[in-house]
Design a protein around this ligand. Structure first.
Ligand SMILES: *Cc1c(COP(=O)(O)O)cnc(C)c1O
Length: 382
């Protein structure tokens, strides 16, 4: 069992060595850009690569503004603050996500609420969101509060799981109806689109990550995306210690953060961004091969992009028929040196988040028992 899956993956990567879940691909140009940043001596948060990366990324996404940060988690933390999240507020997100989504809410001293995902997107379920708001929310002076807890519901954070876009149109409609700001966690979804609109550009703010395991990487890095000039200015100010612009005076007007992307990382980010379309193309080829491979076997359903969407296929995903088959697959592949991985533990099952509000999490629980991530790196020499 699964020996031809192992053969398929080994043939694809043309190696007998261990195969990781997601590795970066670097070429000569990456090396050149990094060396150039070193030679310039501008390696920290001042330097021309930072601005260049921000402009190129904004242009690529069709967004007005981009502020580059040290990582995606920091971007999310600041984006939530800019969306108006304050101490004691509630922030709605999905239970099936990476822990950074929930942590960024906690860093703002806000309270996460974990809502279900749907099986068509693996992301925040608009029907579950609507039900939660209808049953729980009340509007007061254009703001929305939770009737049961009295807390303000200050933001909604949909996350595009493994690069598959959430149903943003419905989520935005609900958010607009209740006048709640949306911060998109698009950390996994660089290059993913709904029709021709990029993930990270639907909400008031969107967030990306360039960690080593993401679609493109600059070691560590993130970005805040927005079309709102004031929010972009605030993001830039807050992530650079809230320092007032002056040639020699050192003055700060609030408690800011040291979260700006260093120029050394930005150099690598520029080089990688230039290769993004090629990387996305190679990832689609792999996803298509997996899809074809699994079609003729009864090992579950290979998860494909939702209708009307272009997914970046950051992590390829198989939905196995049941937990037993998932566990067998995980064991056999990992013991053969091929890394596969189950879903993250649901946020509401983690010790620090187990006492927070949830809905029934029907789909999240169903998926968490069945889902397997498959090796998804682009081939090093492709
Ligand atoms: C990777 C990731 C982040 C955080 O990004 P870092 O750059 O690693 O801090 C946030 N949310 C999700 C869903 C992610 O996958």
């Amino acid at each position: 069992m699964y020996s031809d899956l192992i053969k398929f993956i080994r043939d694809w990567y043309e190696t007998k060595a261990a195969i990781a879940l997601h590795e970066p691909r670097f070429k000569e140009i990456d090396r050149q850009y990094v060396l150039d940043a070193i030679d310039s001596t501008f390696v920290s948060s001042v330097g021309e690569y930072v601005g260049r990366f921000e402009q190129q990324l904004a242009r690529y996404l069709g967004a007005k503004y981009c502020v580059a940060t040290v990582n995606g988690t920091a971007a999310l933390e600041v984006a939530l603050k800019l969306a108006g999240v304050q101490k004691g507020d509630e922030v709605i997100t999905q239970a099936l996500t990476f822990v950074a989504t929930a942590n960024a809410i906690s860093y703002n001293n806000a309270v996460p609420v974990f809502i279900d995902v749907n099986r068509e997107t693996l992301g925040l379920c608009p029907d579950a969101l609507e039900k939660f708001l209808d049953e729980t929310a009340i509007k007061k002076n254009r703001e929305t509060f939770n009737k049961n807890t009295g807390r303000k519901i200050a933001a909604i954070v949909p996350m595009h799981t493994f690069g598959h876009p959430c149903k943003m149109e419905q989520i935005m409609q609900l958010a607009n109806h209740w006048n709640i700001g949306v911060v998109e966690d698009a950390a996994e979804a660089l290059g993913s689109k709904i029709l021709s609109k990029h993930c990270a550009t639907f909400g008031r703010l969107g967030v990306l990550s360039f960690n080593g395991n993401k679609t493109i990487t600059c070691g560590g890095g993130g970005a805040i995306i927005t079309d709102d000039k004031d929010l972009a200015q605030r993001a830039r100010h807050l992530t650079t210690t809230a320092k007032l612009n002056h040639k020699w005076e050192f003055s700060h007007d609030e408690i800011g953060y040291n979260y700006r992307l260093p120029n050394l990382n930005a150099a690598l980010a520029c080089a990688q961004l230039g290769q993004l379309d090629g990387i996305l193309g190679d990832k689609r080829k792999l996803a298509y091969s997996y899809e074809t491979f699994f079609k003729t076997r009864e090992w579950g359903q290979f998860f494909t992009q939702p209708q009307g969407c272009t997914s970046n296929y950051w992590l390829n995903t198989l939905i196995t028929p049941d937990q037993k088959q998932r566990d067998d697959l995980l064991k056999i592949t990992n013991e053969s040196g091929i890394m596969t991985r189950p879903a993250w533990q649901l946020m509401s099952d983690l010790p620090m988040y187990k006492n927070f509000a949830t809905d029934n999490l029907k789909n999240a629980r169903w998926l968490a028992k069945r889902l397997v991530n498959l090796p998804s790196s682009v081939r090093i020499n492709a």
